[in-house]
Design a protein around this ligand. Structure first.
Ligand code: PLP
Length: 421
């Protein structure tokens, strides 16, 4: 087998530069909390492939379900010849997402595709054009979702022109908005929407209940319910992008539940498929069913192998009670990182979606240099961590929900050492 060094050389002459990697070690195999590279080195996994392998890599039920499905059939296209597992995944989405109203669901391949389809559905159902998104938002890399995403570098730079009728409102970001209450921050956002867009033009208000790439920003309590209530009062569709927060990541099946918000539509992907690519939109039946037959779909959407994996992932989350596991991970992270230096402005997040924001001591000036250095020190010590944030100064922790106490503790030890040096 080739070494990481050799593979890296091959990569340089084969893989486009625009596709980056966090580390230069190449993976040989992975489990529930560790990756082992081709040079035989074990890494502790605080990334989960960006919040995807919540049930662990090659989780036993997922492997078994995928193997059985691959032997039966690999693809028919649900739009050509349908199959049970697609229906079953939609049933699970309907049952698991918050909201006791009648729902429908549809399946896609990626998070960005789910977001695009939620916008299509909202526009079609309302007959309105405008989509409201928030500062620091991340919704994907396709043309429409680039427009919905806030940050220029690296996501949007020189990739325009972007889709029209996208409007950005201020987010509730307690560390950086002077500590506005949820209600005050919502009032500020609603003022912008009403003055600059007009309530009757808004098809959808799209928001991550906890922002992902934008910095694991947890809005002040009351912000999400107030925005959702405004959307309802104005006939706009409230869409929760739960692609990163969904499927037990934050200690509930969906992060909207922490504030008892019932979104009209929810987008899901990442943790949904146990490592296989699958995404969904679920929500109010009258919105989902408003679209004419043939208006939604795609060749691979709800591929049978991915559906089998998703059903096995849901079963795993349920049987191992991974919502409770995420809560235990939060407690462990809060315990280990409670007494940090003044350069750590905030430890925030929910469940196994936690982060620290690094600043220059004495203020809130972002410190992306230290963030990158701490991250590199972690990597050198065998802990896979990710950074995020509009200012590149947030270290985020997304361990698999099945990580052992031992690996979690070792990872947190490496992190504490890295922060001290
Ligand atoms: C990752 C992510 C997306 C995009 O998902 P892809 O599968 O990469 O297209 C959209 N929204 C949020 C909140 C995400 O975290």
């Amino acid at each position: 087998m080739s070494s990481s060094g050799e593979l890296h050389k091959r990569r340089l002459s084969a893989v486009a530069k625009g596709v980056g990697s966090v580390v230069s070690a190449y993976v040989d195999h992975a489990a529930g909390g560790t990756l082992t590279d081709v040079d035989g080195r074990e890494w502790i996994d605080f990334a989960s492939g960006i919040a995807v392998t919540s049930v662990g890599n090659s989780a036993p039920r997922v492997v078994e379900a995928v193997r059985a499905q691959v032997e039966r059939f690999t693809h028919t296209c649900f739009m050509v010849a349908p199959y049970e597992s697609y229906v079953a995944v939609c049933e699970q989405l309907i049952a698991l997402t918050p909201g006791s109203f009648e729902k429908r669901a549809a399946l896609f391949n990626s998070g960005a595709e789910a977001v695009e389809n939620a916008v299509k559905i909202a526009r079609h159902a309302t007959g309105r054009p405008a989509v409201v998104v928030f500062d620091h938002a991340y919704h994907g890399r396709t043309n429409l979702t680039m427009a919905l995403t806030a940050k220029n570098m690296p996501y949007k730079h020189r990739f325009g022109p972007f889709a029209p009728e996208v409007y950005r409102a201020p987010m509730s970001y307690p560390l950086r908005d002077g500590g506005l209450s949820g209600a005050e921050a919502a009032r500020r956002a609603i003022d912008v929407i009403e003055k600059q867009v007009g309530g009757s033009n808004v098809a959808a208000v799209l928001i991550e209940p906890i922002q992902g790439e934008g910095g694991f920003v947890v809005p002040a309590p009351g912000f999400l319910p107030a925005i959702a209530a405004w959307a309802r009062a104005n006939g706009a569709v409230f869409v929760a992008d739960e692609i990163q927060t969904g499927f037990a990541r934050t200690g509930q099946w969906f992060a909207s539940e922490h504030e008892a918000v019932e979104p009209d539509l929810i987008t899901t992907a990442k943790g949904m498929g146990g490592g296989l690519p699958i995404a969904g939109v679920a929500g109010r039946a009258e919105l989902m069913d408003a679209v004419h037959a043939g208006g939604l779909g795609g060749t691979y959407g709800g591929n049978p192998v991915a559906c089998a994996a998703a059903l096995a992932a849901v079963e795993t989350i349920r049987e191992l009670d991974l919502c409770a596991a995420a809560q235990r991970i939060e407690t462990a992270i809060r315990g280990a990182l409670s007494d940090l230096d003044p350069g750590v402005a905030e430890l925030r997040g929910r469940g196994a979606m936690m982060a620290i924001e690094l600043v220059l001591p004495g203020g809130t000036e972002p410190d992306p240099t230290r963030t990158a250095a701490v991250s590199k020190t972690c990597h050198d010590a065998g802990l896979l961590t990710l950074t995020c944030g509009t200012y590149g100064n947030v270290l985020r922790f997304l361990p698999p929900l099945v990580i052992s106490d031992e690996h979690l503790g070792r990872g947190l030890g490496i992190l504490r050492d890295a922060l001290r040096t």
